[in-house]
Each structure stands twice: as C-alpha cells, then as structure tokens.
Write a protein that binds this ligand. Structure first.
Ligand code: HEM
Length: 182
C-alpha cells in the first residue's frame, strides 16, 4: 500500500482556510477559499479548483551531521498551538536540473545556507517537503509549514532570507499560500 502520496486541493472544503495567495514568481493558481490535504494515490484528483500532488521522498542534500541536528530539534505537524500554516509550491529552472548533484548541493548549502538558516527557526516552524517533479506535476516541490501565531514574524523573516539566496535565482515559479486552521 502506497502511503506517502498526498493531494493538496484548493476548493470549497478543507482543514485550512486560505487567507492569502501571493504569486512570488510566475503564474499564480486560481483563488480558492479552503485547502484540503488528503492521503492519496497516483491517480490525478479532479476535485476542487486546483489540486497538486506530492510525495514524501528520501533526502538529497542533507549531510549526516545536519540530519542528526534536524531530527533532534524539529517538531511534527499537527501541534494544537500551530494554527497558522503556509503552502508554498515551487518549481526550479531547467538550468538547476541540468546541474550535477554536487553543484546543486554547493548552491543549496555552501552558497545559500538553506539548512543552516532553517535550523535557527526550529522547532517553532514545523516543516514537510513533498516532491512532484517526476510525476508530471506543474511544480517540482510542495513545501508546507505550520507555526503558532506568535511565530508569524519569525516565519516572514525566514522566507525573506531564503528568497534572497543564490538558490532562489533558480526558482521559476513560486506561490505563497497562507492558511489558518478551521
Ligand atoms: C529542502 C531544511 C524552510 C523550501 C530542504 C532540505 C532541508 C531543508 C534540510 C533538504 C532536503 C534534502 O536533503 O533533500 C529547511 C528548514 C527550514 C526550511 C530547517 C526551516 C523551517 C524552507 C522554506 C522554504 C523551503 C521556508 C520555502 C520558502 C525548500 C525546498 C526544498 C527544501 C523547495 C527542496 C530543494 C531541492 O531539492 O532543490 N529544506 N527548510 N524550505 N526546502 Fe527547506
């Protein structure tokens, strides 16, 4: 049984109310009032105004020491106090994907400090990364974050810092969807 695939459905129902949808780069998605997240399959969902599919995969760039640090401090999704969330689908450019693995890791961490910066915001921000490049989806990644209202400013600071990095020069499409738990 496949249990690592999820649908993110923008429509009239869902656990999350959509507060704001802001296209950061590239084409936006249609406005929708709610986001529903459900465990799914490889079959394309026809529900809602839009639906995105992503799967939980193995890590690509994280090194042993970073992995241990992440595991020791990260929080799970679903904390009752984490009533705010962000769904940020991201597509990277063809130039990014033609780079070799070591070149991508260099940009991701040595030049952009993605993990080093992110770690400063744990455990306040809970995160989940879904992959979708290889399953014919419009985005390469779906990123999802949950946090308490008191950590909203910290989350803004985090996305602001990441968007200024070398890594983000390879981001072709990004939509910042902010949510509140219903
Ligand atoms: C990937 C950490 C916040 C977008 C990763 C990876 C780590 C990480 C360790 C690499 C996974 C791997 O080895 O494959 C963190 C931490 C954060 C954070 C600790 C703090 C909350 C963010 C934010 C965004 C984001 C706010 C979006 C605005 C991504 C994307 C990838 C990624 C798109 C996939 C990159 C790729 O494979 O090319 N993150 N991250 N992250 N993260 Fe973050």
């Amino acid at each position: 049984m496949i249990d690592n695939i999820f649908d993110f459905i923008g429509g009239n129902h869902g656990q999350w109310k959509i507060l704001k949808m802001e296209p950061i780069v590239g084409e936006t998605l249609k406005q929708a009032p709610y986001l529903k997240i459900v465990k799914s399959s490889t079959v394309k969902s026809s529900e809602g105004v839009w639906s995105l599919k992503g799967l939980i995969s193995n890590i690509r760039y994280t090194e042993k020491e970073e992995k241990e640090k992440l595991i020791s401090i990260q929080a799970d999704l679903g904390r009752p106090e984490a009533t705010k969330a962000a769904l940020i689908p991201i597509k990277k450019s063809e130039v990014w994907w033609t780079l070799a693995q070591d070149e991508r890791r260099k940009i991701f961490e040595a030049q952009s400090n993605h993990t080093k910066t992110g770690l400063k915001y744990l455990p306040a921000i809970a995160r989940k990364l879904y992959h979708c490049r290889d399953i014919g989806e419009p985005f390469d990644f779906i990123t999802f974050f949950e946090y308490a209202p008191s950590d909203s400013e910290a989350f803004e600071e985090l996305v602001y810092s990441l968007r200024k990095t070398e890594e983000w020069k390879y981001v072709d499409r990004e939509i910042d969807i902010r949510l509140i738990r219903e």
